[in-house]
Design a binder for this molecule. Structure first.
Ligand SMILES: [Zn+2]
Length: 267
C-alpha cells in the first residue's frame, strides 16, 4: 500500500531532533511521498529547504496561515511570489480564514487570503486551503476568484455536511485528518465522509498536530507523525464501507493528480 501525506508540518520544532527517523518510519509505514506545509514566511522557507533536501520524497507548499495574516505585507507578498516559483513548491497555501482562534484580526485575515488567491491565480498552482468557523466569508472570497484558480483542497475538513457539500459543489477536494479518528468530536464526520466522491478524497496527518486517537498506546509525547497516516486511511475506509486498499489507492492517485507529483521512486 502506497500512501501520500498531503499535509505534514515537518518544519515544526518538535521534529528538529529526529526528522531522519520520522521520515524512515513514514517510509516503512508505506508513506511514499509527503507535502510539507509552509504556513508562514519562515515556515515556507523551511518547507522548501526540506523538499530540496529530499527530492522525490518531500514536496512543499508556500503560504501564510490566517494566524499569521499580518505577515502578508508588500514585502511578504513578494517573498511568497518568489518561493512559489520553485518547482518543489507544489501548491499555494496554507492560506484561508480561521475565526475559531481569531489569532489575527478578521479584516487582516480576509486581506491576506485575497492577496494569496491573486498570487495563486497568477502562478496557476493548486491551493491548500484552511477554513475554521468562517465558512460563509471563505466561500464568498473564493467565489470572487471563480474560474481563475487551480485545483483547491479544503484541508483538515471538520465542518458540517452542508459546508462539505458547498465545498464539493465549488469543485474542492476534501482533506481528511485524524480528526476522524476521534470518537467524540469526529463523530459527525464519520457519518458524512462516504458522501465525498472517490475522486475528491485526500488524506493528511497535519503532523505534529491531531494525533489519531486510534493510535494505541498513544506515544508519551503526543506528537503525531506521518507514519500514523495508516490509522486515518483505516478509519476512513471503515466509514466509507470500502476496503483499506481501495481508499488508499484512490487517495494516492488523487494526491498525485492534484499536486502533479511523479510516481514515487523505489525506497
Ligand atoms: Zn490548517
Amino acid at each position: 500500500m502506497q500512501l501520500v501525506d498531503i499535509g505534514a508540518n515537518l518544519g515544526h520544532e518538535s521534529f528538529a531532533h529526529d526528522l531522519g527517523a520520522v521520515l524512515a518510519r513514514a517510509r516503512a509505514a508505506g508513506v511514499v511521498q509527503m507535502v510539507v506545509t509552509g504556513a508562514s514566511r519562515q515556515g515556507a522557507r523551511d518547507a522548501l529547504a526540506l523538499a530540496k533536501a529530499h527530492p522525490g520524497f518531500l514536496y512543499a507548499t508556500a503560504g501564510v496561515h490566517p494566524h499569521h495574516a499580518l505577515e502578508v505585507t508588500a514585502e511578504g507578498e513578494a517573498e511568497l511570489r518568489e518561493l512559489q516559483s520553485h518547482p518543489e513548491i507544489v501548491a499555494n497555501g496554507e492560506c484561508g480564514l480561521d475565526y475559531f482562534r481569531d489569532f489575527s484580526p478578521r479584516p487582516a485575515q480576509r486581506r491576506a487570503f485575497e492577496i494569496q488567491l491573486e498570487l495563486a491565480a497568477q502562478n496557476g498552482k493548486p491551493l491548500f486551503l484552511h477554513q475554521r468557523d468562517a465558512h460563509a466569508d471563505y466561500m464568498a472570497i473564493l467565489k470572487q476568484f471563480e474560474g481563475r484558480l487551480g485545483p483547491c483542497v479544503t484541508h483538515c475538513f471538520t465542518g458540517t455536511r452542508e459546508e462539505m457539500h458547498a465545498c464539493l459543489d465549488a469543485g474542492h477536494y476534501i482533506g481528511i485528518t485524524g480528526w476522524l479518528c476521534d470518537e467524540r468530536r469526529g463523530m459527525h464526520l464519520r457519518e458524512i465522509v462516504k458522501e465525498i466522491p472517490a475522486d475528491r478524497l485526500l488524506i493528511e496527518t497535519d503532523s505534529p498536530y491531531l494525533l489519531p486517537r486510534t493510535v494505541r498506546p498513544a506515544p508519551s509525547h503526543r506528537r503525531n507523525e506521518p507514519m500514523f497516516l495508516r490509522h486515518i486511511v483505516e478509519e476512513l475506509a471503515r466509514d466509507r464501507g470500502e476496503d483499506v486498499a481501495t481508499t488508499a489507492a484512490v487517495s494516492t492517485a488523487n494526491a498525485r493528480a492534484f499536486f502533479r507529483l511523479p510516481p514515487a521512486a523505489a525506497a
